[in-house]
Ligand binder design. Structure first.
Ligand code: DUC
Ligand code: ZN
Ligand code: ZN
Ligand code: ZN
Length: 459
């Protein structure tokens, strides 16, 4: 099976030129001008931008959480991702406290295998670090799971203490992995949640007011200090605010590097949405949306190279599930649906509005995630021998985001009515046309597990 994509403007993290791309089977086999047309199919991409398939390293599919499950399955979630130009996702396996990492790995593999439409990999969330878990880190690295997620919050469910954190960092460093973190201060948040509840302050606004900026800034700084001490590669997920980014910025003064991910919502939405009574539940996520000044910090952080990745923390729930917290914000399942919109929203709000360059766009939506998480150059670029994961993008077409047209398994959109400039037209995944003109052409089971290499801090 061979395909020729002709005349597209190829954008990678470093390049910008017009050329043809020859795909044979699952890989790119040649890039050049006027390549021979003796192929099975030709796609004319004149006037289109060509990006490497997006990589979203922060999604939660079918995740057991807060007494329910996030509503996208591997099938619906990875398919929606493809509609939005994301060809690979990294999901989080959650260790059950008291159980092994292996048991969690088997459970998650069972859900994904045969069901994923797009490619996927896993982070391992370590929620109970003990002598048994310690022995399993090496095993997981050998399985291709080289990043270990920790929660400094969600007390009583997912949170680990600093003693476990330091122990985990020492072991992960030894095995060539990376520790990633949900960095907010779980004890302070727990205190504020209980305080607001006891005062009868129960609306979604108090979810926001229970997680002030200081809870994230303090935990981020503590994590950065611990990675500095242990010399373990570190990565902060969904960083939202100025105080937290300054912890990372300050660490550069002692020549330390910690990777930072933000998510699309923190760049384009703000906390005023929590003033809409229970409608604010649509944006109840942790950390919460922040202020305009934090958005400015994050856009600047991207251009300063302090923020390397824009993910989603896609953790969708249906409205009926959100209603579990109708009378108490602390029972609203945390998370919002975004997996489908990341690439288009970032193009529209970032590139089209002149906030980031096209090359930076590719860096933060694809290349950096591939490099940081050990998938480069198989994923994350357009190059000879890379997987033919390709987005053909129309930069001029405008359309409006709506629950009526999205493909995520939720019955509302957190971006209803947003007009975006630019549209994903065609998506190839390992050489196959997966999406074309709003239609998905591949079946569940096509998506493959991506085994990842050991990590490098030098991207
Ligand atoms: N935050 C969310 O909003 N949802 C899933 C987990 C998380 O940390
Ligand atoms: Zn989190
Ligand atoms: Zn998350
Ligand atoms: Zn769209």
């Amino acid at each position: 099976m061979s395909t020729l994509i002709k005349n597209g403007r190829i954008i990678t993290a470093t390049d910008d030129y017009v050329a043809d791309i020859l795909i044979e089977n699952e890989k790119i086999s040649a890039i050049g001008k006027k390549l021979p047309e003796k192929v099975d199919s030709i796609i004319d991409a004149k006037g289109m931008l060509i990006f490497p398939g997006g990589i979203d390293p922060h999604v939660h599919l079918e995740m057991p959480f807060m007494g329910t499950f996030s509503s996208d399955t591997y099938e619906t979630g990875t398919r929606a991702a493809l509609y939005g130009g994301t060809t690979t996702v990294i999901d989080f396996i959650l260790q059950k406290q008291g159980n092994s990492l292996r048991a969690a790995f088997d459970e998650w593999s069972g859900r994904a295998t045969g069901n994923a439409v797009g490619d996927y990999s896993f982070h391992m969330a370590v929620t109970d670090f003990n002598d048994n878990t310690k022995g399993e880190i090496k095993e997981m690295v050998e399985e291709g799971i080289t990043s270990f997620k920790t929660f400094m919050a969600y007390k009583g469910a997912l949170m680990i203490d600093d003693r476990q954190m330091i122990g985990l960092m020492e072991e992960v460093k030894q095995q060539g992995g990376m520790v990633t973190v949900h960095a907010t201060n779980g004890d302070v948040i727990d205190y504020l949640v209980q305080k607001h509840r006891s005062e009868g302050k129960l609306s979604p606004l108090y979810h926001y007011l229970s997680q002030p900026e200081v809870t994230e800034a303090e935990a981020s700084e503590r994590f950065v200090d611990m990675t500095n001490y242990t010399e373990c590669p570190g990565y902060i997920v969904h960083l939202t605010c100025e105080g937290a980014l300054n912890a990372v910025r300050n660490a550069t003064r002692r020549n330390q590097k910690v990777f930072v991910e933000t998510c699309i919502q923190y760049l384009v939405l703000d906390a005023s949405l929590y003033e809409k009574d229970f409608d604010g539940a649509k944006w109840v996520m942790s950390p919460p949306l922040r202020e305009k000044k934090d958005q400015a910090t994050l856009w600047a952080g991207i251009n300063q190279g302090l923020v390397q990745i824009v993910g989603t923390d896609h953790c969708p729930f249906k409205w009926e599930q959100k209603l579990m917290g109708k009378d108490d914000f602390s029972k609203i399942p945390n998370g919002h649906p975004a997996i489908e919109h990341r690439m288009e929203l970032l193009f529209s709000e970032g590139v089209a509005k002149g906030k980031i360059s096209l090359n930076k766009y590719v860096e933060v939506t694809s290349s950096n995630a591939a490099k940081i998480f050990g998938m480069f150059p198989k994923k994350g670029t357009i190059a000879v021998d890379s997987d033919a994961d390709i987005v053909i993008f129309d930069p001029n077409t405008k359309h409006t985001i709506s629950v009526d047209t999205h493909h995520m398994n939720t019955d509302y959109s957190a971006y209803e009515g947003w007009e975006v400039t630019g549209k994903v037209k065609t998506v190839l995944l390992r050489g196959k046309v997966a999406i074309d003109n709003n239609e998905c052409l591949i079946d569940k089971g096509y998506g493959q597990f991506v085994k990842r290499k050991k990590v490098s801090q030098n991207i």
